[in-house]
Design a binder for this molecule. Structure first.
Ligand code: NDP
Ligand code: OXD
Length: 312
């Protein structure tokens, strides 16, 4: 007798860890790993995927739910071969904590002049910079979603002066919340450190271009942990080389892995990390994946449903 199946596809996530975590939640669900272990595609009701190849979904005539193996769904909703079933994203406590830790690290490295001391150490020099109070450091956080909001609250809780930006108006304790183009320009002009955590959509692509970089304070720092295409890389390199921007921490790039010889590798004052700001921990995320499947089985909407037309 055939069992209802889930198909897993990811070039970066560990299928064995997901198989084990989901088996604990849904022992009746058959876990199949694409491309080689799919079996009869008609038995597949659920897909748990990260950037599957073009044409992937059309093989499965009975698909009822696609779950993105991560938070950012741009690689899913921006493709033209999606089938019309609900899409959900992951949002687990481990991912939230990890992103907050990355943002706190990147902001604090600049706020405490650690980048200056790293450079001084490379020169073998004792360089004293008198520390500033954290309340004097103005942080602008673009994107107040599932990951941005906890990061903004954590920074505010540490004493930073935090202004956040989102599409819809928000109220967060200790965080000034702005919206719209005026809000964006206020943040760019008023922040020492600007953090980008807005999803990549048709609307947000190229959000930070030459004009926006020019609005930033001289010596300000940029942190991008969202998607490379939100920032114009050529304009960023120019702003760093001219000294208008004082530094950038980049976890995401237009092309990943960042190709050898790319000018960002040698642009001054850039810290590069390989898209590790946050990851999904299967043992923590499997509960939500399983609950979404249970809900879809009951004819309900899944958890963390993505609005495909909106793009996130
Ligand atoms: P959410 O979808 O929960 O939140 C997105 C936020 O951005 C919301 O506050 C939303 O506003 C705001 N927003 C969206 N579009 C616009 C716009 N055009 N103008 C202004 N604000 C906008 O996303 P998450 O917080 O979960 O994640 C953010 C991104 O982080 C992901 O999309 C992904 O790209 C990236 N990411 C990166 C990882 C890494 O390792 N580097 C790991 C995980 C995620 P509103 O609240 O009004 O809807
Ligand atoms: C992402 C993720 O969206 O890793 O980048 O979840």
């Amino acid at each position: 007798m055939s069992r209802e199946a889930l198909v897993f596809y990811s070039a970066v996530d560990d299928p064995a860890a997901w198989r084990e975590a989901l088996a604990a939640e849904l022992p009746d669900l058959d876990f199949r790993v694409a491309p080689d272990g799919v079996g009869d595609p008609a038995e597949v009701g659920y897909a748990l995927v990260w950037s599957p190849p073009a044409g992937f979904f059309s093989r499965f005539p009975n698909l009822r739910l696609v779950t993105n193996l991560g938070a950012g769904v741009d690689a899913l909703v921006r493709r033209d071969d999606l089938v019309p079933v609900p899409i959900s994203r992951l949002n687990d406590p481990g991912m939230v904590q990890m992103m907050a830790s990355y943002i706190i690290f990147a902001v604090t490295r600049y706020a405490r002049d650690i980048d200056v001391f790293e450079a001084a150490q490379r020169r073998g020099e004792w360089t004293y910079v008198h520390p500033r109070a954290l309340s004097e450091v103005k942080v602008g956080l673009l994107g107040l979603g599932e990951l941005g909001t906890p990061a903004a609250l954590a920074l505010a809780g540490m004493g930073y002066s935090v202004t956040g930006w989102s599409r819809s108006a928000k109220t967060l304790p200790g965080v000034t919340c702005l919206t719209g183009r005026d809000g964006l320009e206020t943040i760019l002009a008023g922040s020492d450190i600007v953090v980008v955590l807005v999803p990549l959509t048709r609307e947000s692509e190229g959000l930070i271009g030459a004009a926006e970089l020019a609005m930033m304070r001289k010596g300000a720092k940029l942190v991008n942990a969202s998607r490379g295409k939100l920032v114009d890389e050529a304009a960023l390199i120019a702003a760093l080389e001219s000294g208008h921007l004082g530094g950038a921490t980049l976890d995401v790039f237009v092309n990943e892995p960042l190709p050898a010889g790319h000018p960002l590798w040698t642009t001054p004052n850039v810290l590069i990390t390989p898209h590790i700001a946050s990851i999904t921990v299967p043992a923590l995320a499997a509960r939500d994946v399983a609950e979404s499947i249970r809900r879809v089985r009951r004819g309900e909407a899944p958890l963390h449903e993505v609005h495909a037309a909106r793009g996130y």
